[in-house]
Unconditional design. Structure first.
Lengths: 428, 428
């Protein structure tokens, strides 16, 4: 049966031709009308749009669980930064991203937005895995293992834009890492590049209290006013985290159509704070959901992220009606797609959309009984319940078997190559 | 290899004879020495003690997802209470608990502490499933579908104590539902019953702010002082939730050796508040972990509960070092067992303990690479990664196939019998 806002279908069917959904409806009707098309028969299963992970650092699967429960500066300076300087290269980003794609497909994510270094290799991994993505090289003033100068960063990003133009799965975003790591000149140059090619800009924004205070002191005004004054804010501006948004910031974002990505589990684990998500949504801001990278979560399971998003804001507001299940499912699907500028191609089960679809096996003890699909998706389903995944009309997992990635091989390869990292840092 | 506090073992082996662990150590050594015993070979897998779910309402699996995201009074008065009055009977409690046992085994829980009505039926379901439990009938002044008067409640509880005395898996606890639902006379009678048989007492305690205020007004003193004055506090007193504990309450609990059970996901979903768990642990209180019932969570997965417990207190305290992974794993195992008065028989991988053991398949994309077992258990493993479960030396699940429960049958039966509930209340 169709649900009233087209987000899920139960005991129905979806017909697909090529890359697109061509019909959604009753099983019998679909089977009679679309004999030659690929038909996803959802009898006993639940079909919904693939999940949209709006913010991650795919290659950081390599650092999963290497260092937890630490102060931010200890974590960054003694683990993450030296690890990255020593171990990250193109192969690292490729293999780490392939592992991330395996995990994402197996937990129902069909599109991800990524920020890291050697992002061309991330794009190649996603392409090889058949996963839709929005990819951007992290850009900042200081050298990275990939790029020695900001100018090289601009050139590399331009190369990404041109190389992947018109790709069916890979899209490019310009990603200044954060305001506190980018000079005004670099921000200006990136803005010009974005305008020239018409691509979106995404950046970490107001993730911590100290970041906000530092920026306010640096600019002599609120960071949001600064961004407004330098012409950064538009409906193609994607702000990641937004934990320390005040009423004024929210209003400015709403006025400019800026998009926000919420990463509740990372914000909790790093003790960053609780983003005012209900307030931002009330103001009309499009808010997507992300897992952040595996160094700060430590998984890419969007079902768990939905569960946490729903519960966190209830307790933070002492109001159990906040962030109801239906709202949270939309955050992880349609709203997420809109945040990434893909709302017209993915994120809904509608005729004409790209066939990015997941099929969930509901016939399990922890999903019994079934009164309300949205409730189960948010509060009971986890990634391992996803049975089959299609992206752009292609089946990338069937009955939990990956069809585009050699699962055992990538697991063994990453485990083996992580030995170097383990030797260097040991257990924490 | 053995870990330094005996909580996990990786690439090692455990030998079991009858109900007990008789050796833990290196694979080769164990295999050579214990040829005739059951040997759990953990090569490529992780072995740890079964998880202890210190607070749930097992039969409420029947209400999973029936009503979410509602104000507490709306939820209770328009859904839960009328549902219970209309549908709950012995068969309901038996079938709902059997389904709960299936879910618990499949997500690595080997012991649960339960409070509901028709608890003799819950005990029979647990016994049939081979799951260890601490069972108590919810007792209050008003009539329940099972018991018309408080006096019947006392007799029923005494019957449970005598019927299940010396059972290998089923243990009995006396459970006044909460201070606000029990008269002083009922509390006094239950205390006498507990003293007579030497059994523990468990009750919902300070779950909401209004509960605390109501009780303070009723008693003319803090609820904790009231309990102290009527002789309720001891190391056999288990307080469930404890969200609104102040410094004085914590000190009194610590002085009397009282036990606390933390239910973070339920407290978040119902917007009750955040319990001061780090403070209670610092004061030396034993704190176990629970999922609460499926009407307010909506699952019984203790791995997700650990993840939430670790992250919630970090963000609440704006301190990422709070509730580190090792501490949280101990809460879900050894500390939980201690909270239930079972610390000398389960909750640790030690020679002489009952063989309540789970084996986790770590060879998966989302668990790769593996630097630190505790980190993965809390932040990355979910229930579906549990491969094999033993309780009291008996294999109750092997390679994810339940051996003590007909999984398909209980799923179908509950789904079918839930139709009555669905007809009455529809979707929310």
């Amino acid at each position: 049966m169709m649900d009233d806002d087209d987000q899920t279908i139960r005991n129905g069917a979806v017909a697909i031709k090529g890359e697109n959904i061509i019909a959604v409806g009753e099983k019998e009707d679909i089977e009679n009308r679309y004999i030659s098309s690929e038909i996803i028969n959802a009898e006993g299963f639940l079909v919904m749009p693939g999940l949209i992970n709006c913010h991650t650092h795919a290659p950081m699967t390599y650092f999963r669980g290497l260092a937890d429960d630490l102060e931010l500066t200890d974590w960054l300076n003694n683990y993450i930064f030296p690890d990255e300087a020593r171990f990250v290269n193109g192969e690292f980003s490729y293999l780490g991203s392939l592992l991330a794609c395996a995990e994402m497909i197996k937990s129902g994510t069909t599109t991800f937005c990524d920020m890291y270094i050697f992002e061309d290799d991330v794009a190649m991994a996603a392409k090889s895995a058949g996963v839709r993505c929005l990819i951007g090289e992290a850009l900042f003033d200081s050298p990275s293992p990939n790029l020695k100068t900001p100018q090289q960063g601009l050139k590399y990003t331009e190369m990404l834009i041109e190389k992947w133009a018109n790709d069916r799965l890979v899209n490019i975003v310009i990603e200044p890492h954060a305001l506190y790591t980018c000079s005004r000149n670099l921000l200006r140059d990136l803005r010009r590049l974005a305008d020239r090619y018409g691509v979106p800009v995404a950046t970490h924004y107001l993730e911590t209290k100290s970041e906000k205070e530092t920026l306010a002191a640096k600019y002599g005004k609120s960071p949001t006013s600064f961004l407004k004054d330098i012409g950064y804010l538009s409906d193609q501006f994607i702000a990641l985290h937004c934990v320390y948004m005040e009423e004024e910031d929210i209003q400015i974002f709403a006025d400019h159509g800026c998009k926000v990505v919420h990463n509740p589990e990372s914000n909790m684990k790093l003790a960053s704070g609780i983003a005012p998500v209900p307030e931002m949504m009330s103001a009309g801001i499009t808010v997507g959901l992300g897992t952040d990278g595996c160094a700060s979560n430590n998984n890419l399971d969007m079902f768990q992220e939905m569960d946490t998003a729903a519960k966190l804001h209830k307790v933070a507001n002492l109001d159990p009606t906040v962030m109801d299940a239906r709202t949270v499912v939309r955050m992880a699907t349609h709203e997420g797609a809109k945040a990434l500028g893909m709302g017209d191609i993915v994120g809904s089960l509608q005729v004409g959309m790209k066939a990015d679809i997941i099929v969930i096996d509901m016939n399990k003890p922890h999903l019994t009984p079934l009164y309300n699909e949205y409730s189960h998706i948010v509060y009971a389903v986890n990634g391992a319940d996803v049975d089959t995944v299609l992206i752009n009309g292609r089946v990338v997992m069937r009955n939990r078997t990956l069809l585009t990635i050699h699962e055992d091989e990538i697991v063994a390869t990453v485990e083996e190559t992580a030995i170097r990292i383990r030797k260097q840092f040991g257990k924490n």
